[in-house]
Design a protein around this ligand. Structure first.
Ligand SMILES: [Zn+2]
Length: 336
C-alpha cells in the first residue's frame, strides 16, 4: 500500500468527534502556548551597557558646548530605552583650564540620570606599557572626584576597567594589580561585545572637521550599524559555543560624538536583535562571569575569548570581521 492510500489519519478521526475535537483543540492550544513561551524565553537576551572614556573622548579638540551636547545625547538615548549604564571616567580629562567645574558637571549629570560612575585611570594608562606601580598610582589619582561625587549621590563606586582592557603581561603582574584593586574595593569590569566604535568615531571626528577621508559620512554611519550586526552575531556565536546558551552580554562603547548621535539607533538595533537592557551588576551575577580570565598582554579581547582560553575550548570565530575596506583604509591613513 502506498503512502497516499492509507485510511483516515488519526487527527481526522479525532476532529470528527465533537468531544475529542474539543480536547484536541485544547491540547493544541496549550502546546502552542508552551512553544510561544519557550521561544520568548529563548528571545529574552540580556545586555548591560558600559561606556568608557568619560566625560567625552575625541580625536579632535571639542568645545565645552560640544561635550555638553554629547553628554545630553547619550543620557537622553539611555533614558528613552530604559538603560542604566556604568560610565568609566578618565579624570585627567576633567582638568582643562577654566573648565574643571563644567567638566565635573558632566559627570554629575550622569549620576543625576541614574547612571553609575567607575574608574578608568587618570591618564588612560595601558598595562602593556606601564608598570604595576604606575597603574596603582593612576587608579588612586583617577578616583578623586568620581568617588566623591558618587558617594555624595548615594551611588556605589565599585568597578575598575583597564584602559585598552589590557589586564597584564603575565599572570604575576595581573594578580599583583588585581589584589591591589580588590584591596581598594574595586571589581574588574569585563565586557563581551564591542564593535570597533573607536574606529568609526575617529573617522566621524575627521569628517565633522571637514576632512576628505575618501568615505562619505552617510556611508560611514550606515556601515556603523551594519557592523554592529556583524559583531553581535560573532559574540553570540561565541556565547553559544562556550556555554550552549546566550549569557547576559556586556556592551562596551565610548563617550564620543559618534555615539552621541547614534546611541538611540544602536540601542534600538540591539532591541531588534532581541535584547533587553539590564544593569551591569545584574549581568555579572551570571555564573559565566565567575570564570577566570587570564592576562591579555597587548590586545584586550572580549571576555568570551579569554574564557575560551581558560576553558580550553576552540571557537569557530574570533571577533567580528573588519569593517568594509574603504573604512579600514581611511582609518589606517588618518587615525593610526
Ligand atoms: Zn578607554
Amino acid at each position: 500500500m502506498g503512502f497516499g492510500e492509507r485510511g483516515p489519519r488519526r487527527t481526522e478521526i479525532i476532529l470528527k468527534h465533537p468531544l475529542r475535537r474539543e480536547r484536541f483543540m485544547k491540547h493544541a492550544l496549550l502546546t502552542l502556548c508552551l512553544l510561544l513561551a519557550t521561544s520568548a524565553a529563548a528571545a529574552d537576551k540580556q545586555i548591560a551597557i558600559t561606556i568608557d572614556d568619560l566625560p567625552v573622548i575625541s580625536a579632535t579638540p571639542l568645545t565645552l558646548a560640544e561635550k555638553q551636547h554629547v553628554t545630553t545625547q547619550l543620557l537622553n538615548a539611555m533614558k528613552k530605552h530604559g538603560v542604566r549604564a556604568v560610565g568609566f571616567v578618565n579624570e585627567d580629562k576633567l582638568l582643562e583650564k577654566n573648565q574643571l567645574d563644567a567638566n565635573v558637571a558632566l559627570l554629575e549629570a550622569w549620576l543625576a540620570n541614574d547612571m553609575e560612575l567607575a574608574n578608568h585611570t587618570f591618564g588612560h594608562l595601558g598595562m602593556h606599557k606601564s608598570s604595576v606601580e604606575q597603574m596603582k598610582a593612576a587608579v588612586i589619582k583617577g578616583e578623586t572626584i568620581s568617588r566623591w561625587l558618587s558617594e555624595r549621590a548615594g551611588k556605589p563606586y565599585r568597578y575598575f576597567r583597564h584602559p585598552f582592557t589590557q589586564t597584564g603581561n603575565s599572570v604575576e603582574e595581573q594578580h599583583a594589580f588585581e589584589s591591589f584593586l580588590a584591596e581598594h574595593g574595586y571589581s574588574v569590569a569585563p565586557y563581551t561585545i564591542e564593535h570597533n566604535d573607536y574606529l568609526f568615531s575617529c573617522l566621524n571626528d575627521h569628517l565633522l572637521a571637514g576632512k576628505d577621508i575618501g568615505v562619505s559620512r552617510e556611508t560611514m554611519l550606515k556601515e556603523y550599524l551594519a557592523h554592529l550586526d556583524n559583531a553581535v552575531e560573532a559574540f553570540e556565536t561565541m556565547s553559544q559555543e562556550l556555554f550552549g546558551r546566550q549569557i547576559p552580554q556586556v556592551f562596551l562603547i565610548h563617550a564620543n560624538r559618534l555615539n552621541g548621535e547614534m546611541l538611540d539607533a544602536t540601542l534600538q538595533r540591539l532591541k531588534e536583535h532581541g535584547y533587553r537592557f539590564i544593569p551591569y551588576d545584574q549581568a555579572l551575577e551570571d555564573p559565566a562571569y565567575a570564570i577566570k580570565a587570564g592576562p591579555s598582554k597587548k590586545f584586550g579581547p572580549s571576555w568570551l575569548m579569554r574564557w575560551a582560553k581558560t576553558m580550553n575550548k576552540k571557537l569557530s570565530v574570533y571577533g567580528q570581521p573588519d569593517p568594509a575596506e574603504p573604512l579600514m583604509k581611511a582609518f589606517n591613513t588618518h587615525c593610526s
